[in-house]
Design a protein. Structure first.
Length: 404
């Protein structure tokens, strides 16, 4: 059998026809040509009356927000009694992003040909992780798919909200650094040389601060390409290695948890995601040891991911969850006490959910406080930087005024 080295380009075809019962049906299919669409539909017992190639539109990347929105819409429709395949049709065709539409139509086609919903989702691990697929599988097995879709949608929304909060917290210091560097570069490359030309006609010794700033300006003017190139290349290399090296991720995650202010926010967000994930999995009836597999990947921090693997090993050997968590040394006493109460009362999922709610609120408050704090810090940093440069360049002019 020949091996196809490269797949041809696929297109979206809209079709209409009649099924085995003579009922009018229509839909969309991805294929390389009309003949393939015809053959596929004939195998499904559909007599095609019309096939039309869809116009290409610019596709955007499928984001976590898209997946969260799709999950919520699917959960809402199924709770309202809309059949699964019809729900996919409505959500898919109503989406503004063609990439999402194609993804949902492909999943729908898999389900139509006999695949379970869980198996259909597992074909797209880039968008649907193990946690998502495990919960869908548990829902199909127990016959409560719409309930678990609702829980999954709530989980996705809360995790997405906390990620946005963390991104917002990190934006301010990054903005300070970028703005400060750009302003400094503009002053050094364009403004200071103009002052230097003016001062060259003075014929007097310049103050030390002015000479230092002028030397720095000369360096910027002569080697601006090396400065920007080194900075851009260094940042790219740093994030490239960070993304692909497990050792680098471990080092950076441990370091970031020790940062003042930001480390506390990151720790609270990791605990919130950890407890929210475990609560969602446990409430769905997924066994604890199996749930911890998904929790490790959802923690968002290698320190907590490694701690989860240790917890999983201890729990699988008979240790209770509270003791296993305590042995890692990364969970606060309050979390351990709540988990212990949950284990004793048989309401572990409820207690974990309350812990997640508490820490999500803590992250919200911390980010709001940080945002208020960063505004004056930005003003002080930029004011000091720009003010220092201005004073350094005007010192010779002040001295001339004193002489006169």
């Amino acid at each position: 059998m020949a091996t196809v080295k490269k797949e041809g380009k696929e297109f979206t075809f809209a079709w209409e026809g009649r099924d085995k019962n003579g009922k009018q049906v229509k839909g969309e299919t991805r294929a390389k040509g009309e003949a393939i669409v015809n053959a596929t539909l004939r195998r499904q017992g559909i007599i095609v009356s019309k096939i039309q190639k869809q116009r290409l539109s610019r596709e955007k990347k499928i984001t976590e927000q898209d997946i969260a929105l799709f999950t919520r819409q699917l959960a809402t429709m199924m709770k309202a009694g809309v059949p699964l395949l019809q729900s996919f049709d409505i959500v898919g065709k109503g989406h503004s992003n063609p990439a999402v539409t194609r993804l949902l139509m492909n999943i729908k086609a898999d389900v139509e040909t006999g695949s379970s919903l869980n198996q259909a989702f597992r074909k797209y691990p880039l968008y649907f992780d193990a946690l998502f697929c495990n919960l869908i599988g548990a829902g199909e097995h127990a016959g409560i798919l719409e309930t678990l879709l609702d829980r999954l949608a709530t989980y996705k929304e809360k995790i997405l909200a906390i990620k946005k909060k963390i991104a917002s917290a990190m934006f301010y210091p990054a903005a300070i650094i970028v703005v400060a560097f750009i302003i400094t570069a503009v002053i050094m490359i364009f403004v200071i040389p103009a002052f230097k030309t003016l001062f060259s006609s003075f014929g007097a010794d310049l103050p030390a601060p002015t000479l230092i700033v002028m030397r720095i300006s000369d360096f910027f003017v002569s080697y601006w390409w090396a400065i920007f190139g080194s900075l851009g290349g260094g940042l790219y290399a740093f994030f490239y290695v960070w993304k692909r090296s497990v050792k680098m991720q471990n080092t950076m995650d441990r370091l970031m948890l020790k940062l003042p202010v930001f480390g506390d926010i990151l720790r609270k967000s990791s605990i919130a995601r950890w407890t929210r994930t475990l609560s969602t999995m446990f409430a769905a009836g997924v066994p604890l040891v199996e749930s911890l597999d998904s929790v490790a990947g959802a923690a968002g921090n290698q320190v907590y991911a490694e701690a989860t693997k240790k917890i999983q090993i201890e729990v699988s050997s008979g240790t209770n969850l509270t003791t296993a968590m305590q042995n890692t040394g990364v969970f606060p006493n309050m979390v351990l006490q709540m988990v212990a109460i949950g284990e004793e009362s048989g309401a572990l999922d409820s207690m974990l959910s309350k812990v997640a709610d508490f820490y999500e609120e803590e992250v919200d408050n911390a980010v709001d406080a940080l945002s208020s704090l960063m505004e004056p810090i930005i003003m002080v940093v930029l004011g000091t930087l720009i003010g220092g440069l201005v004073v350094a360049m005007y010192l010779p002019i002040f001295k001339m005024g004193q002489v006169v």
